[in-house]
Design a binder for this molecule. Structure first.
Ligand code: MOS
Length: 719
């Protein structure tokens, strides 16, 4: 297929609006008569509110009202005290975690609301708490909860095979709690007009927000409209409705005027999700030649006591390598912390750190090259599901990546390579992410002036959704891309899925393509009808135009529209679907100070057709940079004595800055996937972070001979 736009490095549709500041993010949407809401958050991590004194706060000039559990309306679908609720909404006096939202001050100005929030005095009855756990897998496993709805994944008998294996690696790996820290904080503007609610919310899921708000406030779904045109990063935390948005809606209703709530950076620690800590045991057994005989992968993640979130660290493991015996399980450990949630490649990212580190350890024990070990155990078909892969060009990723990286220059002996006085380490790991797809709708309208409008109730979380929507529309309709207008981020548009699980492109784009194709068919029919009628009048006319503008004009139509839908086909469900890649890291380590720098990074990926070379590359950059943060810096810390967050801001919670980021090379190998969808596209938003931390940890081992199994790899762990 020769494409004019698909696969090309088309500039961002919204790039100009973003760099010139004309793109309005949620907090910037102009709404008249706004009241400013500032959250009051708890300063203890467990107990009860004995009293809230708001007298002084109410006396601050400009303060309008204060919402607490004492005057908050009871919400449908939120059972007070129920252990399974995921939202804490001032329905009672209970405190479940540090920085829990316990009130909302409304004022005429942000400053007045902030001042008042600071003067509210809360009296707590504190209770004993636990906000952290050690890394003792066996002991914690005994206390932890096993999800009842999930059986242990199994094939063969891993425990028995491990006993017989010639070479065994059996280790505990941990990844810490992390916070998403999107550049744009959470922001909400709730605007009631009579019984109609318009909610501007920074979200990855307008549909989810719409449906949950309708349910909580017992509103007919057509009375609620959720709008989000631009998102300054979400990484999973914005896939969920959190309590600040619900409180803003309740407050706006109570006040009879619109309310805006913007969270401060530190207010997002606790109330808006985090990646939970994981403790994972990985046991690998192999024969002397390096053939895997057994894989055992057991994970525990910490979770809140009011909402049990499972970090699916073992999700990819059963399908990844050919091995006759496998066992995988997950457990959760409740703590007095906020609810965890999905964070970029949830499960996949921490899971891949453990498994891909263990594979490196096995390669050293066997004295086999780590790529060779992976090729030796390459799964040509999915060994767990006993299905063909819809496509899998992972082998090409290993081979091309090794070549681009210069893997052949690596002397495998730890500590043997040096550069400019630094210890040099090279490490690699496999990247993989499940390919998800779901039902999506889109509408395309063509106009007699030759333009087209594409609409879908999805959102662009900064990944390039606007851009590829315009590409698919222009390509399929055969028009210039400058003629395409894109609308998204509005729950009134045709229903499309949340932007998570890397499924937007694979689900929404086929729906758009389908809408365009039905328009093409209609135009063709209309053109043929014209030709026939003209031929019957005048046999000399042989016009075969299918230019829709002319056809519409000829038929005296201003416009024509079509709805497109996508659902994963039944037959496609007979295939195992994953995206793949090979990650290569080079680190330089100061032998005296232990400082670690990632010096080079090469990522080679196979993810079906790539719709936009430029935005796809940026996605992979983002994933790798997130992975560098995961490997070397990120860790959310809570004080065991107070239960409070220690590093709830970007001064203390470290993420990579420009100087931490090396030369990153991205390559996509060609991968044709006839099964995934009509465009042959898989998702890529999360693939880039998988395997990244392991590649870096493996490089650190190669440089120093020190195996760090507990992220982040900070210099104190090397000295
Ligand atoms: Mo992703 S954690 O599905 O935004």
């Amino acid at each position: 297929m020769k494409s004019k736009y698909l696969g090309k490095a088309v500039d961002r549709f919204d790039g100009r609006a973003k760099v010139t500041g004309s793109a309005k993010y949620t907090a910037e949407v102009p709404v008249d008569n706004l009241a400013y809401g500032v959250l009051i958050q708890s300063t203890v991590s467990k107990g009860k509110i004995k009293s809230i004194d708001t007298k002084e706060a109410k006396a601050v000039p400009g303060v309008i009202s204060i919402l607490t559990y004492e005057n908050m309306p009871k919400l449908k679908g939120q059972k007070p005290g129920a252990a399974d609720r995921s939202l804490l909404l001032l329905q009672d006096d209970l405190i479940w975690h540090d920085r829990q939202n316990i009130g909302l001050v409304m004022a005429e100005s942000l400053e007045a609301a902030q001042e008042a929030a600071n003067t509210v005095k809360v009296n707590y009855a504190q209770e004993p708490f636990a906000v952290s756990c050690n890394n003792d897998f066996a002991a914690i496993s005994k206390k932890a909860q096993s999800p009842s709805d999930r059986e242990t994944t199994k094939r063969g008998n891993a425990s028995q095979a491990l006993k017989k294996a010639a070479v065994v690696v059996d280790e505990i790996y941990t990844t810490p709690a992390e916070n998403h820290n999107p550049m744009e904080p959470f922001a909400t503007i709730a605007h009631w007009q009579g019984d109609n609610l318009t909610l501007y919310e920074s979200t990855q899921a307008i549909t989810t927000v719409h449906d949950r708000i309708s349910g909580l406030f017992d509103l007919p779904t057509d009375k609620v409209r959720v709008i989000c045109h631009f998102v300054g990063g979400g990484f999973g935390c914005k896939l969920t409705l959190w309590s600040h948005a619900v409180l803003a809606v309740a407050a706006a209703k109570q006040l009879g005027r619109p309310v805006k709530v913007v969270l401060g950076r530190s207010q997002m620690y606790g109330t808006t999700g985090h990646r939970p800590k994981t403790i994972q045991r990985v046991a690998l057994g192999a024969d002397e030649s390096g053939s895997l005989l057994a894989i055992k992968h057991d994970g525990i993640n910490t979770t809140s006591r009011f909402y049990n979130y499972t970090e699916e660290v073992t999700e990819d493991t059963p399908s990844l390598y050919a091995c006759p015996n496998l066992e995988a399980s997950i457990q959760t450990l409740g703590l007095d912390i906020g609810a965890p949630t999905w964070m970029r490649a949830p499960g996949h990212a921490p899971g891949s750190f453990a498994v891909e580190s263990a594979l490196d350890e096995l390669a050293y024990k066997l004295n086999i090259d780590p790529i060779e070990l992976r090729l030796k155990n390459y799964a040509a078909t999915d060994p767990q599901k006993d299905q063909e892969f819809s496509s899998k060009e992972l082998k090409a990723c290993y081979i091309q990546g090794a070549k681009e990286f210069g893997w052949e220059k690596r002397n495998p002996r730890p500590g043997s390579m040096k550069k400019d006085g630094y210890l040099l380490g090279m490490g690699m790991a496999t990247a993989t992410h499940a390919t998800y797809r779901t039902h999506a709708k889109a509408k395309v309208t063509i106009y007699a002036n030759g333009t087209a409008l594409v609409q879908a109730g999805t959102q662009d979380i900064g990944t390039g959704t606007y851009t590829i929507m315009s590409q698919v529309t222009a390509e399929t309709l055969g028009i210039d891309i400058s003629k395409v207008k894109v609308e998204l981020g509005d729950s009134a548009l045709p229903k499309s899925p949340f932007s998570g699980g890397s499924l937007t492109t694979a689900s929404v784009m086929p729906a758009i393509q389908s809408a365009c194709e039905s328009l093409n068919r209609k135009i063709k029919e209309m053109a043929q009808a014209e030709i026939i009628s003209e031929q019957s009048r005048n046999s000399s006319s042989t016009s075969t135009t299918n230019n829709f503008a002319e056809v519409l004009k000829h038929n005296k139509l201003d416009h024509l529209d079509a709805l497109g839908e996508y659902s994963p086909s039944k037959s496609s469900q007979n295939y195992s679907m994953h995206s793949f890649g090979a990650q290569f890291a080079e680190v330089l380590i100061d032998p005296e100070l232990g400082t670690i720098r990632v010096n080079r990074f090469v990522g080679t990926y196979a993810a079906g057709n790539i719709l936009n070379a430029k935005t796809a590359r940026s996605q992979m950059y983002g994933g790798i940079i997130y992975g560098i943060g995961m490997a070397l810096m990120e860790e959310t810390l809570q004080d065991e004595n107070t239960g409070r967050y220690i590093n709830a801001d970007l001064a203390e919670y470290h993420i990579p800055v420009h100087l931490d980021i090396p030369d990153i090379q991205i390559h996509f190998v060609e991968e044709k996937d006839p099964h995934v969808n009509s465009l042959g596209v898989k998702g890529i938003g999360e693939l880039g972070i998988t395997g990244t931390a392991a590649a870096i940890a493996n490089a650190v081992y190669h440089a120093t001979g020190k195996r760090i199994r507990n992220l982040p790899i900070t210099l104190d762990k090397l000295l």
